[in-house]
Design a protein around this ligand. Structure first.
Ligand code: SAM
Length: 250
């Protein structure tokens, strides 16, 4: 898959994309990442990329010309792939959106700075807008790295265990079960006996129940959309009843 990233700060990507899983995906040609400095597409002497907002008010706005020049210069006009603006006003980024984007052979990610980009970029160049959460960052670079990372790890061949993404939190609407590794006892805290039993059926049942319990405790909003068996629904109803009984007795 190919990513073209348009930013005023291409250098901030390297510490992340040059290590670990993303670096290996690049080395193996599974992810090609091209970084483009929007400033390189300015034509004026001072390489200006921002200007004051019409209507007044504080802050600066990213000018449309260098952004259009950069994106169209690299991707053609109109661009041949989705052009995604990272913005706190975009659709929320979720695992489902990551899966959707991982189907694309090519994505462009546009990082804003200052007060954001001129509205005409949003209206006439961008094809999708993504927010990584309800908070405001100083720039779109971190958001682009979040999208890049979540999408890249879903590409076939990137992870050592091809089944890992399907078992992760949010893959099927639940949080994942807890993990343990050696030593079996650390500071007196033991790894649950079932995980050391070698009984794969019991382990799978324990993990599923832990996953349900965690989701019920921490993110009950997710349960409404999760696919649960009648037995699992019954189990959750029992936990609910227990909780209500405890609340009455307290
Ligand atoms: N004034 C803008 C607003 O209120 O919508 C926020 C601008 S923000 C300081 C600068 C840039 O950071 C944005 O253009 C966007 O690219 C990026 N950004 C900030 N928060 C983000 C978020 N939650 N998700 C994605 N990108 C974000």
């Amino acid at each position: 898959m190919r990513f073209d990233i348009f930013t005023l700060f291409p250098e901030v990507f390297h510490p992340y994309i040059d290590v670990s899983i993303i670096a290996r995906a690049r080395e193996r040609g599974l992810a090609e990442i091209y970084l483009h400095n929007i400033r390189d597409w300015t034509t004026d002497k001072h390489h200006v990329v921002d200007d004051e907002p019409y209507g007044g008010g504080g802050g600066m706005v990213m000018k449309p010309e260098p952004i259009f020049k950069a994106v169209e210069g690299v991707l053609g006009s109109p661009p041949t792939c989705p052009v995604i603006l990272l913005t706190p006003q975009g659709r929320p980024f979720t695992q489902a959106v990551a899966r959707e984007l991982a189907q694309q052979p090519h994505l462009a990610l546009l990082c804003g700075r200052y007060e954001g980009v001129d509205e005409r970029v949003r209206q006439h160049l961008v094809t999708d807008e993504i927010s990584i959460g309800d908070y405001v960052l100083t720039g779109g670079e971190l958001a682009a790295m979040v999208v890049l990372d979540a999408v890249t790890r879903l590409l076939p061949g990137v992870l050592g265990d091809p089944d890992a993404p399907a078992k992760d939190s949010h893959a099927a609407g639940l949080l994942e079960h807890p993990h343990y590794t050696r030593p079996p006892v650390f500071r007196g805290w033991e790894v649950p006996e079932v995980l050391r039993s070698g009984d794969h059926g019991r382990i799978a049942r324990w993990r599923r129940e832990q996953s349900l319990r965690r989701t019920w405790e921490r993110r009950p909003d997710l349960l409404a959309k999760a696919e649960l068996t009648p037995e699992e629904q019954e189990l959750i109803a029992r936990w609910e009843a227990e909780r209500q009984r405890e609340a009455r007795e307290a």
